[in-house]
Each structure stands twice: as structure tokens, then as C-alpha cells.
Design a protein around this ligand. Structure first.
Ligand SMILES: CC(C)(COP(=O)(O)OP(=O)(O)OC[C@H]1O[C@@H](n2cnc3c(N)ncnc32)[C@H](O)[C@@H]1OP(=O)(O)O)[C@@H](O)C(=O)NCCC(=O)NCCS
Length: 168
């Protein structure tokens, strides 16, 4: 019988292409119709394979969800950037390729990201998502997040509301 390997591990430079494909597909699917087309395309194009290769050596920790050798998702994490919130850690981004969503893999990647931040000494974490991103909002609520903060972000002249969830 064949077994399917599912692993969450630190990203390596050779993952850059898979992460850029994941980023592109997940952002176009998740933010199409929410973020205006032009800034969305610019953000996707800027983060090409080269950009992600540099990110594997950057200050934020970059994890990949590896399903049988395919990069099916990624998460970036590090110190909390919002000085008004006392939580130490932050998950900056968590994205899965559309075809891997809804299978429990996001929960796995999120859990590993939280565990890693905790093992590094972080007390509490923050995650931000766009208010219009219903899937993300449901996901963070079902993971036990409390929405205690909000802010606005500008995307090519369109102001969108974002929600900050905290986790113990
Ligand atoms: C948000 C995301 C990371 C969740 O990962 P996922 O693998 O799809 O989610 P899971 O299968 O682990 O689901 C965990 C829980 O989230 C909720 N959830 C996830 N997807 C959902 C959907 N499409 N509809 C309703 N609830 C959903 C459910 O409560 C689910 O719990 P359940 O299985 O007990 O019902 C992933 O769907 C994704 O990358 N989405 C697009 C990008 C995005 O919005 N990223 C977050 C940016 S901040």
C-alpha cells in the first residue's frame, strides 16, 4: 500500500518556485473581486520565484506544507508587528493552493506555526485577515481566535478593513 507523506518543514531555496505558484494561485482565488485587479496582479508578480528564494533567507520564518514533495501551502511567522497588542508572535501569512484547501491541512500548518512560535518563547500570537475574506475569518474563528482588533489597509486607492485575531 502506498502512503502519502504530509510534512510541515522550514522552506529551503529550492522550494521557491512551489511557494511562488502557491502564492499566485491562492491570492488570485482568495482576493479576486476583493482587492482591485491591478494592485492584486502587481503584488502577485512582484513575489516571483526570485523574491521567494530571498525570503527563505529573510528575517521571517518561512514554513512549507509539503504533500508528497509538492509545496501545497506556506506560512510566514515572526514577532508581532502591532505595538498596541501585547502578544509576542504573529503569523503574517498562511496560504494553501486552492486544490488542497478544505482538507484539514490549513489547520495542520496553522498548528505547527503556533507550536513553533511558542517553542521560540512567544506568549500569544496575532493573525490579521481581510474582513471580506470570509473563508479566512471562519478558519481563524474555528481555530479559537478572538477578533479583538481592526485596521484599514490601502490597496491601490481602495481601503479595506482588516481584522486582528489573537490566540493564547
Ligand atoms: C484559510 C486557509 C489557510 C484554511 O486552510 P484549509 O486547509 O482550507 O482549512 P481546513 O480544512 O484546515 O479547515 C479548518 C476549519 O476552517 C473552517 N473552514 C475552512 N475552509 C472553509 C470553507 N471553505 N468554508 C467554511 N469553513 C471553512 C472550518 O471551520 C474548518 O473546520 P471543520 O473542518 O471542522 O469544519 C485556506 O483555505 C486558504 O489558504 N485560503 C485562501 C487564502 C486565505 O484566505 N488565507 C488566509 C489569509 S490571512
Amino acid at each position: 500500500m502506498k502512503t502519502l507523506s504530509i510534512d510541515v518543514r522550514r522552506a529551503e531555496p529550492q522550494d521557491a518556485w512551489g511557494i511562488s505558484e502557491t502564492h499566485r494561485a491562492s491570492w488570485l482565488q482568495g482576493y479576486g473581486g476583493i482587492i482591485p485587479h491591478k494592485p492584486l496582479m502587481q503584488m502577485v508578480q512582484r513575489r516571483d520565484e526570485h523574491w521567494w528564494r530571498k525570503a527563505t533567507r529573510g528575517p521571517a520564518t518561512l514554513l512549507v506544507l509539503d504533500v508528497a514533495g509538492v509545496v501545497a501551502g506556506y506560512a510566514t511567522l515572526g514577532l508581532n508587528r502591532a505595538q498596541s497588542l501585547p502578544q509576542d508572535g504573529e503569523i503574517y501569512e498562511i496560504y494553501l493552493r486552492p486544490e488542497y484547501q478544505g482538507l484539514g491541512l490549513g489547520r495542520l500548518l496553522f498548528g505547527e506555526s503556533r507550536r513553533l512560535l511558542k517553542s521560540l518563547g512567544c506568549n500569544g500570537i496575532v493573525v490579521w485577515c481581510l474582513e471580506d475574506s470570509e473563508m479566512a475569518e471562519r478558519f481563524f474563528r474555528s481555530a479559537g481566535g478572538l477578533d479583538i482588533a481592526e485596521g484599514m489597509e490601502d490597496f491601490g486607492g481602495k481601503e479595506l478593513k482588516k481584522i486582528g485575531f489573537i490566540f493564547r
